[in-house]
Design a protein around this ligand. Structure first.
Ligand SMILES: [Cu+2]
Length: 131
């Protein structure tokens, strides 16, 4: 039973703020009332650029079975169970994976894995074969 943990720098520095939690942009309550004072309006201007990001990274844990490995493409395909952190149902899909992961896993392995999800794509960052 091997456990491989990789530190992967693939642009994750930009996602540090989302580490372990969902980024939630506070939504300012808007009213249809006319602003009574210009200073209130200028005070709101600072929020105008805060559009919610369409894709924020989610770190999650998954469980599944390895169904394919493509070392050339750097992907591992997993038949995985639901991932509630991302509201994903069970499915079979390919994830990006570093060589240390694609080298360590074999088709047919039942595994627990750590995954970083961005939108509908994901990267397996650690994998552990179940006995
Ligand atoms: Cu999936």
């Amino acid at each position: 039973m091997t456990y491989i943990r990789l530190t992967i720098a693939l642009g994750l520095a930009a996602l540090t703020a989302a580490c372990g939690k969902k980024a939630e942009t506070p939504v300012a309550a808007e009213t249809s009332q006319a602003a009574p004072a210009t200073e209130a309006m200028s005070g709101d201007m600072g929020n105008m650029a805060m559009a919610p990001s369409a894709t924020s990274a989610i770190k999650a844990k998954g469980h599944g079975t390895v169904t394919a490995i493509d070392k050339t493409a750097g992907t591992i395909t997993l038949d995985h169970g639901p991932i509630p952190e991302a509201k994903w149902p069970a499915m079979t899909m390919a994830f990006k994976a570093a060589p240390a992961i694609t080298d360590a896993a074999k088709v047919g392995d039942k595994v627990d894995f750590d995954v970083t999800l961005v939108g509908s794509a994901g990267e397996v960052t650690a994998i552990q074969k179940k006995p």
